[in-house]
Design a protein around this ligand. Structure first.
Ligand code: HEM
Length: 154
């Protein structure tokens, strides 16, 4: 079977490792901003913003690996990729549609984090925006993982 080929396994590893970094980082960034909102200290707010800035770099690197791995997954499946008239094909189309919207939203999130980082100080509203943005990022990433699980062969 094509999927048991070592290259296909490496491609899957790339896909899944990228997903792990993106999801784990989003949850950590959400936790740091949530903590800053609840304790109200300026040091915690600065830390949350620094964590968010670092995560944005990791996020785009990880998503690059996930997309490359995803395209590789399709290549490994070859002719076994089903059309949109099947449940598998519909799931893939939904996943890619959600991903496209998510990437557009993520570009806005990255811009807003980099604008916040250029300001001389962080206020409570900015920290709260981080908390909401990373909660949303985590939820959408988990939804994409759910679609991926439905797609997985064996
Ligand atoms: C261009 C983008 C993407 C494409 C083309 C793509 C394609 C695929 C395909 C074809 C599979 C099934 C692999 C198989 O049956 O062996 C899969 C599995 C999976 N995908 Fe994606 N995917 C993409 C992005 C994502 C994203 C953004 C996430 C989550 C954040 C994700 C999470 C998963 C997971 C958890 C699996 C199951 C594990 C596996 O089979 O390797 N994918 N993907």
């Amino acid at each position: 079977m094509v999927l048991s080929h070592p290259t296909a396994l490496l491609v899957r590893l790339l896909h899944v490792a990228g997903v792990g970094v993106a999801v784990g980082g989003a949850v950590l960034t959400w936790a740091a901003s949530r903590r800053a909102v609840s304790d109200g200290r300026i040091e915690s707010a600065r830390t949350a913003l620094a964590v968010a800035e670092t995560y944005e770099w990791l996020f785009w690197g990880a998503l690059g690996a996930v997309v490359a791995g995803g395209v590789g997954n399709l290549g490994a499946l070859g002719l076994a990729v089903s059309g949109v008239e099947t449940a598998w094909g519909t799931t893939l189309a939904l996943k890619l549609g959600l991903l496209a919207a998510f990437l557009a939203g993520s570009a806005a999130r990255t811009l807003s984090v980099s604008f916040a980082a250029t300001r001389s100080d962080v206020d409570a509203a900015a920290t709260n925006r981080l908390r909401v943005a990373y909660a949303l990022t985590s939820v959408v990433l988990l939804a994409l993982v759910g679609f991926g699980e439905v797609l997985a062969h064996g």
